[in-house]
Ligand binder design. Structure first.
Ligand code: FNR
Length: 368
């Protein structure tokens, strides 16, 4: 691996988004940045953060403050996880291995995608002793899902993140307009050994959606099967409806991830941040709830924690940092995010994550 250098002009976490266009071909940038359809939900995710302002508090003693938390039995130095992002070779030749090295260097919990461009075993090795979870897409053949689970368990992944909101994804208008196609070097390395199952022949009056794309979409029965097929805790990702969250809790999920896939699934779905308070209310104070979608700064994370999240996941921003400066960029991004969160906590008079409560925010009449 080439030693990487940080370009000048990187002061805030969000600077990685600003610099990414200089480090990514336009079509790849459009694919990464874009959402489903018209990017309506991508925009909503960002706008939701601007509707809240953080209220400074004075004279509080925050010496000795920290951002540590205990999540799923592990102590983490900060509440930022690396979200599962497919095909990281699009952003950098070192791909997921670079991301994993950055995760280990910063003590960050990494969530590796089923659709990673490097095998999960190589990612695990690069993550060393660091916390790592495996994001699962249920495969059409249960034998293949079982094999993925066994490989993830064998490679030391300590939780499964079952993504539930991406059985069907409409093409991104922006990626289409930019002429994006997945380059041949970006294959789904984890699935290489699994022969594709033959698609069921469609009758002329069959729906391409219901009998096609949705034929293998997970159901509540599949969730029950998965819970019995692995000894690892299973998190559910892609939750927006409070009732789904409550049912997932009752079914035995370890926690829920409030997410709309970064706006890449149902275009027109609400911002994940907007649904967070209702999901938290539905599952109670003690059930683990994570959030992703639109996080671009430590202050965004503060707002998510104030509205009920225990921790947040970073999708696009990690990919931009990977494109800009490889492993070093991702590690630097995580350091910036942690510092931004610390600065926001200090100014809001919070010495620990537990001090970040809803009354730290005020609705913002003039969106920031
Ligand atoms: C994703 N996301 C995603 N999620 C998942 O569960 N499995 C996956 O393989 C992928 N792949 C993926 C690729 C790319 C290019 C992006 C941008 C996103 C969704 C991801 O985990 C997360 O939910 C969002 O990215 C969060 O929103 P932000 O942080 O990108 O705004």
């Amino acid at each position: 691996m080439e030693p990487e250098r940080l370009p000048t002009g990187l002061f805030n976490a969000a600077d990685y988004e600003r610099l990414a266009p200089a480090h990514l071909p336009a079509d790849r940038l459009a694919y990464i940045a874009g959402g489903g359809g018209w990017d309506t939900t991508v925009a909503a995710n960002r706008a939701a953060f601007a509707r809240w302002a953080v209220l400074p508090r004075l004279l509080r003693d925050v010496r000795g403050g920290h951002t540590r938390l205990r999540l799923a039995g592990q102590v983490l130095p900060h509440p930022f996880l690396l979200a599962p992002v497919a095909h990281q070779r699009l952003a950098h030749p070192d791909a997921e291995v670079a991301t994993a090295r950055a995760a280990e260097a910063t003590g960050t919990c990494l969530v590796a995608s089923t659709l990673s461009s490097q095998p999960l075993e190589a990612i695990a090795q690069a993550a060393g002793s660091g916390a790592r979870w495996f994001q699962l897409y249920l495969q059409p053949e249960r034998a293949h899902t079982r094999d993925l689970l066994a490989r993830a368990e064998g490679a030391g992944f300590s939780a499964i993140v079952l993504t539930l909101d991406a059985s069907i994804q409409l093409p991104s208008r922006s990626a289409l307009a930019a002429g994006f196609v997945l380059p041949p070097e970006c294959t789904a390395a984890n699935l290489a050994g699994y022969p594709p199952s033959a698609p069921a022949p469609l009758r002329p009056d069959d729906s391409r959606i219901f009998q096609g794309a949705m034929r293998h979409a997970p159901t509540w029965d599949d969730l029950q099967w998965l819970l019995s097929a692995t000894r690892l805790p299973v998190w559910a990702k892609g939750v927006l409806h409070p009732e789904d969250a409550r049912q997932l809790q009752a079914a035995g999920a370890a926690g829920v991830i409030v997410s709309n896939h970064g706006g890449r699934s149902l275009d027109g779905a609400p911002a994940s941040l907007s649904m967070l308070p209702a999901v938290r209310a539905a599952v109670g104070a003690d059930f683990p709830v994570l959030l992703d979608g639109g996080i671009r700064s430590g202050q965004d994370a503060f707002k998510a924690l104030a509205l009920g999240a225990d921790a947040v996941l970073i999708g696009r921003l990690q990919t931009y940092a990977l494109a800009v400066a490889g492993a070093l960029g991702v590690a630097h991004l995580l350091t910036l995010l942690q510092e931004e969160l610390q600065a926001c906590m200090a100014q809001a008079g919070c010495a620990a994550l537990a001090d970040i409560t809803p009354d730290a925010l005020v609705p913002c009449p003039d969106p920031l």
